[in-house]
Design a binder for this molecule. Structure first.
Ligand code: HEM
Length: 450
């Protein structure tokens, strides 16, 4: 059978002007990635206000993420979109403020701790299976996966849903994404970051709601049984910098938990939804994955110990994040002049780390746009540059929650594939990028007991 070529966006052959770029970014940021970014390791241009470079070659990305990381701090525009909700937490801070938080938080996500959370992930997978089994007709999978991963994060970070109105919080997240989370004309015009953007003002009530709810959940835990539950919130309450003994202030804790909840559940849900979408269009691959899951699980839900026996399901997830990386583009500032691929990079230029194009690049992948989980067979991974596949970033700022995300995604995907067969039932979705890459208008599938 021919490989399935899933939908992508038409890349512009000519660079867009400032206003056209802004319009495109607000609608779908993938539509500003020029076609030559899929054939060249670096593309540069100017908006008239400043110079920019898009880097999508493994050598250049290694230089920025690792070898010369201090020269490329996170871009102020990206930070601005997040700061009102997550303050100067791990994701949004730099320098000494970042370093001590990373030292304190990395052990919270050590594999032993993440392993201890797996039983809650298994229960969530069971609940998701029950919800899908009760569905009457086609199901919109993005919504279902968001609900499943939100369920996990509520359990492990907020002592379950009983202290927490998940509907109210979910509505606040959506409002936040469409207000604060959209690039503004004021960013393109390079206006100072202390001037509030209109979206930021419109999103303030959503941020207040989210903060109030997370603060209440933290307080409920402080009052009840801290140190007893061995979950993410417990570990964060105890977290300290091993070098200095410094602990999180209530504000640090609030902002970091807030980031884990919003970023952690949306990205993982998208990886799952895209995986099921791709498998629904490749029944051969789905039969392989189903067989693998069924042999190990029979009728039960997956646990952490089952995952090593489901390598093809892990490969499918990795392939889905190659074609549709939940985080498709990152931006960095430049502190001191530098050179990349012989090109001059100046102080104050903006550098985009173009993960989406890296993952579909003609120089590095055979059939870059085709769905093929064999891309992640161990021999193929071994012969590839590690910087050719970067869904979680790399270097010192690599995603601290990657273990956690992979574990919950594999547990949920394996459980669902053992129980159901999925077929397409709605329009082919297009990838649309704002902060993350989402399928638009969603992924609608029919499912039957397998
Ligand atoms: C499939 C799911 C996920 C994807 C694709 C993803 C992707 C990423 C990427 C690309 C970065 C690097 C950003 C940069 O260099 O500018 C990052 C950082 C980060 N991620 Fe994730 N992430 C996922 C899940 C999670 C989860 C579940 C959590 C926590 C519960 C989390 C917490 C973080 C944090 C705190 C950082 C900042 C680390 C630092 O700067 O030291 N992520 N993530």
């Amino acid at each position: 059978m021919d490989a399935f070529i899933p939908p992508t966006v038409e890349a512009p052959t000519e660079p867009l002007g400032v206003l056209a770029s802004l319009r495109a970014v607000r609608r779908n940021a993938l539509t500003v990635l020029p076609s030559i970014s899929f054939t060249q390791p670096i593309v540069s241009g100017t908006t008239g206000l400043g110079r920019w470079h898009m880097v999508q070659g493994p050598e250049g990305l290694r230089h920025i993420f690792l070898d010369n990381v201090d020269n490329y701090p996170k871009s102020e525009v990206m930070i601005r979109m997040l700061r009102s909700a997550v303050g100067e937490s791990l994701f949004t801070s730099e320098g000494a403020r970042w370093r001590w938080q990373r030292r304190a938080i990395a052990p919270v996500f050590a594999s032993r701790n993440v392993h201890a959370l797996a039983p809650m992930m298994t229960q969530t997978a069971e609940r998701a299976t029950a919800r899908l089994a009760a569905a009457d007709g086609p199901v919109e999978i993005v919504r279902e996966m968001l609900s499943a991963t939100f369920d996990v994060i509520c359990e492990v970070a907020l002592s379950g849903r009983e202290h927490f109105d998940a509907e109210e919080y979910g509505a606040a997240i959506i409002k936040y994404f469409v207000t604060v989370g959209r690039a503004s004309l004021m960013d393109f015009l390079d206006l100072p970051h202390w001037i509030p953007r209109p979206g930021e003002i419109r999103g303030r009530s959503a941020v207040r709601t989210m903060h109030r709810m997370v603060a209440q959940a933290i307080e409920a835990r402080r009052q009840s049984n801290p140190g007893q539950l061995d979950d993410l919130l417990d570990h964060m309450l105890k977290a300290e910098d091993p070098e200095t003994g410094r602990k999180m202030s209530p504000t640090d804790l609030l902002h970091n938990m807030q980031f884990f909840i919003v970023a952690g559940h949306e990205t993982t849900a998208l990886a799952l939804a895209w995986s099921l979408f791709l498998l629904s269009h490749d029944q051969e691959a789905q039969a392989h994955a189903h067989e693998e899951a069924r042999t190990v699980l029979g009728e039960r839900a997956a646990s952490a110990d089952d995952l090593p026996r489901a390598p093809y399901i892990e490969q499918t997830l990795q392939e889905a994040m190659r074609l549709y990386p939940p985080v498709g583009l990152l931006a960095r500032n430049v502190l001191a002049p530098n050179e990349l691929y012989g090109r001059e990079i100046r102080t104050r230029d903006t550098v985009f780390l173009n993960i989406f194009a890296l993952h579909r690049h003609e120089m590095y992948w055979n059939a870059p746009n085709a769905f093929d989980p064999e891309n992640f067979a161990p021999d193929r991974v071994a012969e590839r540059d590690r910087f050719q596949y970067l869904p979680f970033g790399a270097g010192p700022r690599i995603c601290v929650g990657a273990n956690f995300a992979m574990m919950q995604a594999q547990i949920i995907l394996m459980t669902l594939l053992a129980r159901f067969r999925f077929t397409p039932a709605g329009p082919l979705p297009k990838p649309v990028m704002h902060m993350t890459i989402r399928p638009d208008p969603g992924v609608t599938l029919d499912l039957v007991a397998a």
